[in-house]
Ligand binder design. Sequence first.
Ligand SMILES: Cc1ncc(C[n+]2csc(CCOP(=O)(O)OP(=O)(O)O)c2C)c(N)n1
Ligand SMILES: [Mg+2]
Length: 803
Amino acid sequence: MNNSVKEKIVILKKEEILADFRLAHLSRNLSIIGRREVLSGRAKFGIFGDGKEIIQLALAKQFREGDWRSGYYRDQTWMMAMGLYDSLQFFHQLYGNTDREINPGSGGRVFNNHFSTPNINKDGSWLDLTRQKNSSSDISPTAGQMPRLLGLAYASKLFRQNTDLHKFTTLSVKGNEVAFGSIGDASTSEGHFWETINAAGVLQVPMAISVYDDGYGISVPKKYQTTKGSISEILKGFESEPGKPGFRILKGKGWDYPGLVRLYEEGIEICRRDHVPVLFHIEEVTQPLGHSTSGSHERYKSEERLKWESEYDPISKMREWILSQHLATAEELDTIAAEADEEARQSRKKGWEMFQNPIKVERDALAKIINDRKCRCAEESKEAAVDNITDDLLKVASPIRKDNFIAARKILRNVCKSCEKSENLKEELQGWLKRNYDDASFSYDAFLYNETATSVLNVKPVPPVYSPGSPEVPGRQILRDNYEKLFTRYPLLVTFGEDTGNIGGVNQSLEGLQKKFGELRITDTGIREATILGQGIGLALRGMRPIAEIQYLDYLMYALQLLSDDLATTHYRTAGRMVAPLIISTRGHRLEGIWHSGSPMSMLINSVRGVYICSPRDMTRAAGFYNTLLEGNDPAVVIEPLNGYRLKEKMPDNLGEFKIPLGVPEIISSGIDITLVTYGSTVRIAAEAVKQLAMHDISVELIDVQTLVPFDRNGIILESLKKTNRILFLDEDVPGGTTAYMMQEVLEKQGGWQYLDSQPKTLTGKEHRPAYTTDGDYFSKPSAEDIFDAIYGMMKESVPGRF
Ligand SMILES: Cc1ncc(C[n+]2csc(CCOP(=O)(O)OP(=O)(O)O)c2C)c(N)n1
Ligand SMILES: [Mg+2]
């Protein structure tokens, strides 16, 4: 140990050391009590930070206001040491308390030890992120925190190196913020870890990642996880060398309090100052309570290992060290530990009461309605049922809301129809149900999308404007010239992806813009879709306006897991306290061959609810969506139609200003015989078919839905169906895919079934992906002839005399 640091700790920070000792004890006790709460049935599941306490005390000392965390479920001590979490909140999380005022990280939406801090106020405006310690919102999939961590760190690089951003003083102080990450040893086996490490080395960002190496991933030991059994050993090739920037790799021991304090002080200073990524490999870490409440580690750890873990328990080791340094007596430490234990016990009691009381109030209000009822039903069996259900409910010792609702709904079924007075009871019960359902809906359903004034759904539409001389240009030029306006208007806007920078995109939609706006704004990346997405998420959380480019829709699958698990749930899982307004720009639908012609839209819409899905039919519409999205704070995917870059469109006069609203279909051609509903590239093919059908006296109303999520917010398709009474849903997805989704929206949700005179139909791509060449496309995806035949057939069936 370095003497000066030792002295600094011993002489300057005695109180701090003892406070750390107290916190370590408190945290450990919370873990112990938390586990008990699950085993006794009061809480559902628990995963805790035992064994990792000391590392996190050292980590927290280096974490400043403005810094960011992207970690995992072991970080309770760290969060407490930063003042972002306390013993009472520990129990709110454990019981799943849905009150977001007292359980602010998630409002009970994720299980315990998944943390977050808000980045917006309740009105949707941005918080001053430089005046708070920030934690992004944790997710359970192992290593899922890594790609986002890259983005959080990358933001610092942009805020430092792009001096135009220095004025955004509530987002960053010239990029001096470190992005801290944590991960377990076993999770370093995941692809996300490696992709992130490589990208961080390439980008040279202030990312400080700690690997807590406790030797196991649940029951599976390191020898099955990591080559040579050591992550720092195999990462050696990533280490910086003179003239070859890479990583700084530091090693520490999970029980060595003074050593860890010094290690983090040294490592974070370099990381912050030089923007070098640093990896802390913390070995000799224990897990005294086992992985989680779902099992016990005695089943898979050897006697020797268990013995070693008990000897090297970090809190015992810290205690030994404090005593050896004569910083406190054994009695003093016992008193501190006892105090911490008492706090944990009191918090459990209080947390449980705070969880149970509102449920009991809700239950008692129900019981009062029943007990005060005036009517007594003549049907004795019903009368008895009402009483029995109520009695049973009151007997439940630790009720949850579900118990209350089951009882209320069953009682309602037994309210006698014949008894006039019973109407009162019925009304009162229905009132109780409505009130509490509204409340439950806020607790469990709200905030899938931004509901504040900054929702993109509030952005005022502006149509594209044309003048007589407006030229016809290839679609890509509209995107390019529109981007030019956007990059001028929004200094926080950046875009990055494969081939995005130097050549201006594979389809030249950013041609020449890197030269004009610089490499920090229009940037090439490696081939790494998952971390391109993570880079975007991290930037968006920090208040930047990223457009992450995924080169082709088919390759979005590499990023789909994070799109679904992380981005799509960010707002929801933070109970509306965090936004990540990331725009993902990709291109899809028709081209040639299995991996470039895909249109897996149902895969997308079904896995990323929480992210808007725009499917423009041309580049004017695509540009219009970017213009709209940049005015709001929601994440969205925009799928540019791959075959549209060279097709000519009229250049709007008001580039950068026209805004296409989300969820508002456009009627492309009006007609009276049948409604044809589609989106994206098939709009053009459908328009061709509509012309051909007109020559055979069939009048088709062609509707482009424009965005799949949200879908037709004003019921435009329903109005069309009321007129035509026939409908065909068309796309390039698989049978039963997005056409089935659109059909459900129109027939079931909008109530369109009432207006049908013919069987509603779908026309889709085949189940397989199209074979290579134009003929592959023709025989696998709907053509104008297929559409013609489908509609002609429907018309003939319903009006045989006419055809
Ligand atoms: C993608 C994914 N696969 C599997 C799991 C189940 N799982 C949860 S924790 C865990 C082990 C993680 O071990 P490690 O990274 O060493 O962290 P530790 O729990 O030991 O701190 C596993 C396999 C998961 N959450 N996510
Ligand atoms: Mg582990």
